[in-house]
Design a protein around this ligand. Sequence first.
Ligand SMILES: C[S@@+](CC[C@H](N)C(=O)[O-])C[C@H]1O[C@@H](n2cnc3c(N)ncnc32)[C@H](O)[C@@H]1O
Length: 379
Amino acid sequence: MPPLQLQGGDDYEAIARAVQPVPRHRSHDPANNQKRTDPFQFGQRYLEEGDDVFEFNAWDHVETDAEYREYAELQYSKQKESPVREDARENYNNNPSKFWNKFYKHNTSNFFKNRKWLQQEFPILAEVTQPDAGPKTILEVGAGAGNSAFPILANNKNEQLKLHACDYSKKAVEVMRKSEKYDERYMQADVWDASADGEGSLPPGLGPESVDVVLMVFIFSALSPKEWSRTVRNIYRVLKPGGHVLFRDYGKGDLAQVRFKSGRWMADNFYVRGDGTRVYFFELDELTHIWGKWSPEKGIPEIIESSKNEDGTTSPPDLPDDAGFKILDLAVDRRLIVNRQRKLKMYRCWMQGRFQKKEIGSEPSGTSDSEAQAVEVPN
Ligand SMILES: C[S@@+](CC[C@H](N)C(=O)[O-])C[C@H]1O[C@@H](n2cnc3c(N)ncnc32)[C@H](O)[C@@H]1O
C-alpha cells in the first residue's frame, strides 16, 4: 500500500477510507478468530499479517499504523494552535458539574448499557457479590446514570453488600434514584465531588477506611489535572488498607481525541467537548506515575520526562516505598473498530488497571490542598 499523503486538515474519515484492506486470508481461520458479541471482552481476536481487516467489526490489541500516528500528531498540533477561548475555559473549569447536569438532562435514552465485561475484567466484583462474601462496601466514583452500578447489583447475591454510587452531578444522582432498579437495601446514590477538600472530602455516609472496592470508570478523565491529587487522596482515605481501586479510562490516541477540532484544546491531552464536559486522555507512564507514586505525605511528585534507554525503550519507573498504592496491573487496551460497509478503520484506546491501598499506615496526615499543586499542568 503506498503511504498516505496526510495534511493537517484532513478529515479522519477520509483517511480511514483511503487505507486499503489487506487481502482476505487468515481471518477465515476460526482458530484465529472467535466471533465477538461484546465489544468489551478482551483478547479474543488478534489481527495478524494477512488478515482481512474488514472481515470483522473489531480486533483486539491492534497497534495503530504509522499513517494514523502521523495523522494524530498533526491533529494534536492543529488542536493546540487553536485552543479554547480564555473566557470560555474559566466557565468550563469553574463549574464543571453544571455541564454534566445538562448532559444527564438531555441524554436520557442512552443509559443502562449492560456492562457484562465488568466482572470478567475485575474478578473482585464477582467475589464481593458472592452469597457468603460477608459485609462488603463498594464505592463507585462518578457513577453517572448507574451504567456500572446497576449491572453489579443485578449480579449481586450478597445480602450484606452496600454499593455507594456517587456523582457530583445532581441530575445523574436523580436518574439513579428514580430508576426502578434502585434498591435502597443494597444501593445508596449521593452527590459527591471526588476532588473535594475539607469536610466534603469523604462521600456521604462513609467514614475513613470503610470501603473494600472503589470503582472508577471514565471518571478520572473528567477531572482537570489539578484535581488528580486531591481525588487520589480522597480515595485513599475512604479505602480500607488492602482495598482495591478498579480503573478504566481513555488512552492517548483514542479516536475521540484525534477527532477534536479547533477551539476544544485546553492543555496537552485535555479537551472540552461540544457539550462543555471535559475529557483527558492518559498515557501509561502518566497513570503509573499518578497511582504508583502518590503518597499521603507528598501527593503526586512532579512529572519528569521519563528517560529513555539506549535502545529507545523505557524502564519501569522506581515506585517509592512511601507510595500509598500498589499497582496490581495497568495496561493499554487497544481495539480496532471497523465499519465494514464504509471501509473505515477506527482506533480506540483505553487504559485499565487495578490499584491496591498498601497495608502500611492508616490515615494520610496531609489533607491540605498543597499536594494538589505538585503536578503543574495548565487548567
Ligand atoms: C464520562 S462520565 C462516566 C459515567 C459513568 N462512570 C459511566 O461509565 O457511565 C463521567 C462522570 O463523572 C462525573 N464526574 C466528573 N467529575 C467528578 C467529580 N469531581 N466528582 C464526582 N463525579 C464527577 C460526571 O458527572 C459524569 O457522570
